[in-house]
Ligand binder design. Structure first.
Ligand SMILES: Cc1cc2nc3c(=O)[nH]c(=O)nc-3n(C[C@H](O)[C@H](O)[C@H](O)COP(=O)(O)OP(=O)(O)OC[C@H]3O[C@@H](n4cnc5c(N)ncnc54)[C@H](O)[C@@H]3O)c2cc1C
Length: 659
């Protein structure tokens, strides 16, 4: 198989690098720095020391301030910072997660939930690594259901302090990054009570360690111990025994308590208030999906490079076949590569939207005293939840496939895949469990849930859906650019369209998402009058999840098509169209049973889709390495010996010696 020379990996890379290209270039330089070299096999203590040391190096290099406001010494460049974070995931994933905890979660809580006094007091130390902190939301008893955490913060007007307390064992904070060793302060989410009235979950800054590294009086800290991966991060548990903090430690952007205990808030509905607070932290989810994409690219780079040189069967010596020439091997890797491209473009859109819709600290207040919320923000939150779920599941599945694609060599730690697997596994759980996140996507499609009821309030959803015309709901899934693209397409109930026609593919994707949403809305309407609405709703949960997946598939395909539209005619565009076809048709292939059941694909056309996926795999195969090179991953980050030029020589020598 000869490799195409017409397509330029450099030109492709320029398209992939997109709006925040300079951040990507800076991150590539960083990945080549020997201080960031990929390591493996260290014990937890030395891995933690290495991670902390590397965090210090990033601070010294000025790589940690970019996402913060310039008035506090930051770079005012959120999109660039999130892109740099995505690229950091090409290397040490413990460092990535420690950076995420410190600057994204802890820093994000102080920046977005605090006000000027907090910014002045903490941001400089925080950005520059002098104040390491935690984001303490999850409890042992409540992880996904964060509105139900049980830690209490009771206001005492006599001393103008909050008393933070862990009322029982299940209310201890759990899995908290930076807690076991390095964190000195935590943003703690607790149920606020003032004047004997419960006010719901609010964030508080609670010191947890002295400058000497000892727990402060009243705080108990325990190490979570060894984990499946990410052992450079010190995850821990926290208990509070009536710990007193000053009134000013309430992060009070969305609610405040006056000296006499009077409570005030610009958002009266407690559920809406809490989810508005969480919405400001959407950057964390977007950062995790980007990181998952980078780890997936590294795994694919290793497996595809190895697949180009490893030979098995087919004779002796030079007659033996390179494994990437086997259709089964192409099927293992190339549809996954195509989906990785789709996720890359959808991720780029998310980061741009985040950058453009995050209000500056100087934004004028709206009617409620808060910066006016951009209506695109809600779409961003739902999309971020869905893309995070799909990107992290894709990482888990693809890294496993890449490990298998490298046979025994893939199991050796020096070849990176075992560590990549272990370190990215939990991406499907933290920053929101994927199954729970997909439910948010469908609920947003159904109702615009946040204004009306809680995140997972089943009764509320059922009642609201019953009041809505199904047509109105279904319009929400269409709309935007998509309908525009599809306006000339005549919907067909058969299989008249040409399967390589993007309009036909988009039509199938769009129709599937609409149909799932429409039938879901109809089912849920029945719940409102039912004796047991929970049972009706719960019986439709698989349907809810399928609806979200179909919607996100649409988002990915739409992003891919839009990205292609930015590329001038030429070999790169042609290749991207082929890769997009492979993403679309392999997605249709995976769900072809359902599509056929619903009358949109005849058996003949369904078989044609399978044949088309095979054909696309063989068309893309000569370009596989170019598509990988276009990611621009430095060799120092790939690091696996089986993915270097030397591996070709080693394989050649083995062939010679066995002849
Ligand atoms: C390494 C690591 C680092 C972490 N770092 C932090 C941190 O720094 N700060 C912090 O606050 N938290 C942190 N977390 C906690 C993390 O955010 C939670 O683990 C996560 O939110 C899931 O909560 P849980 O573990 O209680 O799982 P659960 O919520 O108990 O979920 C268990 C299972 O139940 C399913 N499930 C739950 N609810 C539903 C439902 N309604 N419908 C269908 N299925 C459902 C889920 O899909 C999942 O499969 C970390 C966790 C880990 C492992």
């Amino acid at each position: 198989m000869t490799r195409s020379t017409a397509v330029s990996a450099d030109r492709l890379r320029r398209h992939l690098d997109g709006r925040f290209a300079s951040s990507r270039e800076r991150a590539r330089e960083l990945a080549k720095d020997p201080r960031m070299a990929v390591t493996f096999g260290r014990d937890s203590a030395s891995q933690r020391a290495q991670t902390l040391d590397r965090l210090g190096t990033l601070v010294e290099m000025g790589r940690t301030q970019g996402g913060f406001p310039s008035r506090y010494g930051g770079g005012d460049d959120l999109g660039g910072w999130v892109t740099g974070f995505e690229m950091l995931a090409l290397g040490d994933l413990s460092l990535l997660v420690k950076v995420g905890v410190q600057f994204g979660l802890f820093g994000g809580a102080v920046l977005h939930l605090g006000t000027e006094a907090h910014h002045r007091a903490y941001l400089d130390d925080l950005m520059n690594g002098r104040l390491l902190g935690c984001f303490a939301m999850t409890e042992t008893g409540h992880g996904s259901d964060v509105a139900a955490v049980r830690t209490t913060a009771t206001y005492d007007p006599a001393t103008e302090e909050f008393v933070v307390h862990t009322p029982y064992e299940a209310a201890r904070k759990d899995y908290i990054g930076n807690a076991a060793q390095d964190g000195r302060m935590a943003a703690v989410f607790a149920q606020l009570t003032t004047g004997a009235e419960p006010k719901g979950v609010h964030p508080f800054l609670v010191p947890i360690r002295t400058a000497a590294g000892e727990p402060v009086p009243g705080v108990r800290i325990e190490d979570c111990g060894h984990k499946a991966g990410l052992n450079g991060v010190d995850n821990g548990r926290l208990w509070f025994d009536s710990v007193r903090i000053p009134r000013g430690n309430l992060l009070n952007r969305y609610a405040d308590v006056a000296a006499d205990g009077t409570y005030s808030t610009p958002i009266e509905n407690p559920t809406r208030r809490f989810f508005t607070m969480l919405g400001t932290l959407v950057q964390g989810r977007i950062s995790v999906s980007g990181a998952a994409g980078s780890a997936t690219k590294v795994a694919l780079a290793i497996a595809i490079r190895y697949g180009e040189v490893r030979r098995q069967f087919g004779g002796t010596g030079d007659d033996e076949i390179v494994i990437l020439d086997y259709l089964g091997h192409q099927r293992k890797l190339l549809p996954a590569l195509a989906k990785t491209y789709a996720i890359h473009f959808a991720q780029g859109e998310l980061v741009s939207l985040l950058h453009d819709t995050t209000p500056s600290l100087d934004a004028p207040p709206g009617a409620n005293g808060l910066p006016d919320e951009d209506p695109r923000r809600r779409e961003l939150e739902a999309r971020a939840a869905g893309v995070k779920a799909i990107a992290t599941w894709h990482a888990t599945a693809t890294i496993q496939a890449c490990r298998e694609a490298c046979g025994g060599a893939g199991y050796l730690s020096e070849n990176r895949l075992p560590t990549l697997k272990a370190d990215t596994d939990v991406f499907t759980t933290f920053e929101g469990d994927n199954t729970v996140l997909l439910q948010l996507v469908s609920k947003e499609l159904l109702t615009g849930f946040r204004d009306h009821f809680g995140e997972l309030d089943l009764m509320g959803t059922a009642r609201f859906v019953a009041d809505q015309a199904v047509d109105t709901i279904v319009e929400r899934v269409g709309g935007r650019r998509f309908l525009q693209k599809l306006r000339d397409v005549t919907p067909t109930s058969t299989d008249d369209g040409a399967i390589f026609d993007h309009d036909w593919q988009l039509d199938i994707f769009e129709w599937r998402a609409k149909h799932l949403l429409e039938t879901l809305a109809k089912r849920l309407r029945n719940a409102a009058g039912a004796d047991d609405p929970f049972a009706v709703f719960n019986a439709a949960q698989d349907h809810l999840l399928a609806t979200a997946r179909a919607h996100i598939d649409n988002v990915l395909l739409s992003a891919f098509v839009s990205a292609i539209e930015q590329v001038d005619d030429g070999p790169e565009r042609e290749l991207l169209v082929t890769v997009c076809d492979l993403f679309a048709l392999s997605t249709i292939e995976a769900d072809r049973g359902w599509i056929q059941e619903h009358g949109r694909l005849t058996a003949t056309r369904s078989k044609a889709v399978i044949a088309a996926v095979n054909q696309l795999c063989s068309q893309i195969r000569p370009h596989a390495s170019t598509l990988i090179d276009a990611f621009g991953i430095p060799d120092e980050a790939i690091a696996a010996p089986i993915a270097t030029g030397a591996e070709q020589t080693r394989q050649d020598e083995m062939r010679v010696s066995s002849q």
